[in-house]
Design a protein around this ligand. Structure first.
Ligand code: ZN
Length: 305
């Protein structure tokens, strides 16, 4: 059977088509501002074939489950959009719409780092921070919106977040946080390596992580700083859930050890219990930034009529 999964984030959408569980096609699109249904349809049509039986959508923000209504998100246009109903009318196949981290958790359990695990947390790190809670093998949703820990109060009185509140965790641990740190360094040190590398052009989180990968010590320090803030928040989540495993996904999560090493160290220091407990493994997503789209396509396979 053939299903499509799409993952809509703040700046880009990834669509994959699975044929009998194997990725047969995938496309990245930059998300244009505009009606959410048009953004989703553009991504779906990029990989559409006439034998597609169902579509799954993961989207960054608050999604009412199982109605598939996108209620609100700080990084995506549209409020109270009945996306599942609109897409089913347009495409003529069953559609499931869920939070992006929830579908990523599904993808990781089926085809990633969480195979064989029943109790784990997934933290997506990109434009913001998303989260999914898996307990006894099922996503725990609360009433619908559980796991939105990107907006827990990490630094009271801190930076203004895209959600309108101050000091949210994602203001200091995300792609935009990395860019902000790089800009601060460049303005303080216009003769430094980062300023020499980027000049006055607009930069992205990927630019900074690429500089770190290329051995730029300043960039590596900034990635480590974001990793430390990641770890400080992870310690809180581990204190609440005591999971078997924590998976870090999303675009920034794929950076790997230069981010996760500092995160593990800070999480271990911050967590109560010291040497009397083990920190759960904190691993990069096995399906990488594709886990959301792949998970959405697997989710679709469970809802076809
Ligand atoms: Zn916020």
């Amino acid at each position: 059977m053939s299903t499509i999964g799409i993952d809509i984030g703040g700046s880009k959408a990834l669509a994959v088509r699975l044929d009998d569980g194997v990725v047969a096609d995938e496309r990245h699109t930059a998300t244009q501002r505009g009606p959410l249904v048009d953004v989703a349809l553009a991504a779906i049509r990029g990989v559409w074939t006439d034998d597609v039986e169902a579509v799954g959508v993961g989207i960054a923000g608050l999604v009412q489950w199982p109605e598939g209504v996108f209620a609100w998100g700080p990084h995506v246009d549209g409020t109270d959009v009945p996306l599942k109903a609109l897409l089913e009318e347009e495409l003529g196949v069953p559609v499931a719409v869920d939070n992006d981290a929830n579908v990523a958790a599904f993808g990781e359990r089926v085809a990633g780092a969480a195979r064989g695990f029943n109790d784990f947390l997934l933290v997506t790190l990109g434009t913001g921070i998303g989260g999914a809670i898996v307990i006894d093998g099922s996503v725990f949703r609360g009433e619908s919106f559980a796991g939105e820990w990107g907006h827990i109060r990490h630094d009271p009185g801190g930076l203004l977040c895209d959600c309108g509140k101050r000091g949210c965790w994602e203001t200091v641990a995300s792609g935009p946080a990395l860019v902000r740190l790089a800009r601060e360094v460049m303005s303080l040190n216009p003769e430094g390596s980062l300023a020499g590398r980027f000049g006055s052009r607009a930069i992205t989180g990927e630019d900074v992580t690429a500089a770190a990968d290329a051995g730029d010590e300043v960039a590596r320090g900034l990635v480590a700083e974001v990793g430390s803030e990641l770890g400080r928040g992870l310690a809180n989540l581990i204190a609440i859930f005591d999971p078997e495993l924590v998976i870090v996904g999303g675009g920034l999560g794929s950076v790997g050890e230069s981010l996760l090493g500092p995160a593990r160290r800070v999480a271990a220091e911050a967590l109560h219990g010291g040497n009397h407990r083990l920190l759960p493994p904190i691993l990069v997503a096995g399906a990488g930034p594709r886990s959301g789209a792949i998970g959405a396509a697997y989710l679709a396979s469970t809802i076809r009529s």
